[in-house]
Each structure stands twice: as C-alpha cells, then as structure tokens.
Design a protein around this ligand. Structure first.
Ligand code: GRF
Length: 192
C-alpha cells in the first residue's frame, strides 16, 4: 500500500488543520494511507501551533517577516516542501498571497469561505455575509497564481436567509470542516 504525504500550511486558529489531521493522518483510503508530515506556519503566534503539537504533528516556522520579498519567502516554502517530499500541500487558512515561485511548482489545494467565483480574495466571509444572494457557502479549489482562481474541487452551499453574523460564520466553518477532508482525498485519488 502506498503512502501519500501531505503538509498543511496555516496562519491562525488552525481549525481546518485540526480537522484534517484528525480525519486524515495515518488513515487508509482505498489503496493508500495519508501521512501529515508537517504543519507549516508563517506566524509565530498562530493559535494552531498548539493544536498541531497536541496532535503530534511537527510544526515548522517560516516567518515571512524574515524574508525580503514574497518570492524569497515562497522559495523557502518550496524548498521545505520539496525536502519533505510532499505529494500535496494544503492551504488551511494560510493568509499569504503566493507568487508563481510557489504556484508554478507546488500542487496545492485551498479552502475559501465563499462560493467561488463569487467573493475572491480577502474578507470573503464578511463580503459573502453582506452580499445580496440568499445562498452562501464554501469552496475547496486547486491553487494557481490567480488568487482563488484555480479549478474547483468541491463546494457546499446553504441558505443564509435570516442568519446573524455569528451563526453564518459557524455555518461556514462547519461546511469547511465537512468538505475540505473530502476534497483532499479526491485530489489525492487522482494523483499519479
Ligand atoms: C477559513 O475560514 C478559511 O476559509 C479562510 O481562513 C479561515 C481559516 O480558519 N481561508 P482556521 O484557521 O482553519 O480556523
């Protein structure tokens, strides 16, 4: 049986990372097993660091403030992921815009708190809440150089009519936690 190695990049709470580790790490899917080889953060004070530690996953700190340019930071990410021999990289609340240095080299999937192609970019959760549509949701998608512009892997939507912001935010996170592990497995199944 083969092992598919993944690394998870995060910047803050790390709730998606936590769910991914719990649902995927050392679990078997069809003819492969998933191994979370590391969690990587760019934020020394990210709350998710403790979550990964508690789950026994190595945390690697790559502070973007130590690099002179986005490209230099991205090169360090690429080298680290290549050294780890990762099959797929997961962006789980990783709050950095990535340059082609990263996106042209690394196969990655991201979770976005809106129904792409609506509300690409920053503050999507708030903008989606305030938007005139009655339906909202989340999207797992492949990462390309255009921010939130890659091929969709999975989406989940819900009716937001009458929701206050806190309920909306909770629902968004619940949807993310439901579809992101499934989307990761879907991409891994199609890797050669
Ligand atoms: C999620 O809402 C995700 O869609 C966005 O950042 C948030 C990260 O949350 N990109 P967490 O750190 O996984 O709790």
């Amino acid at each position: 049986m083969s092992v598919k190695q993944i690394a998870i990049l995060f910047s803050g709470e790390g709730s998606n990372m936590e769910v991914l580790i719990k649902k995927l790490h050392q679990k078997r899917f069809d003819d492969f097993e998933v191994e979370v080889v590391a969690a990587i953060t760019n934020k020394p004070d990210a709350k998710g660091i403790k979550k990964a530690d508690d789950l026994g996953i190595d945390v690697i700190m790559i502070d973007h403030k130590s690099y002179d340019s986005r490209e230099a930071f991205d090169m360090k990410l690429v080298e680290t992921l290549q050294d780890l021999d990762v099959d797929l990289t997961i962006l789980a609340g990783f709050m950095r815009i990535l340059t082609p240095v990263f996106t042209d080299t690394i196969k990655a999937i991201n979770i976005h708190p809106a129904l792409l192609p609506l509300y690409k970019g920053a503050d999507a959760l708030k903008r989606s809440f305030e938007g005139k549509e009655t339906t909202a949701g989340v999207t797992a998608h492949l990462v390309v150089s255009e921010v939130d512009g890659g091929e969709m892997v999975l989406q989940k939507s819900f009716d937001k009519t009458g929701m206050d912001f806190d309920t909306f935010e909770e629902k968004i996170h619940a949807c993310e936690h439901e579809i992101f592990p499934k989307a990761v497995i879907k991409v891994l199944q199609n890797l050669h």
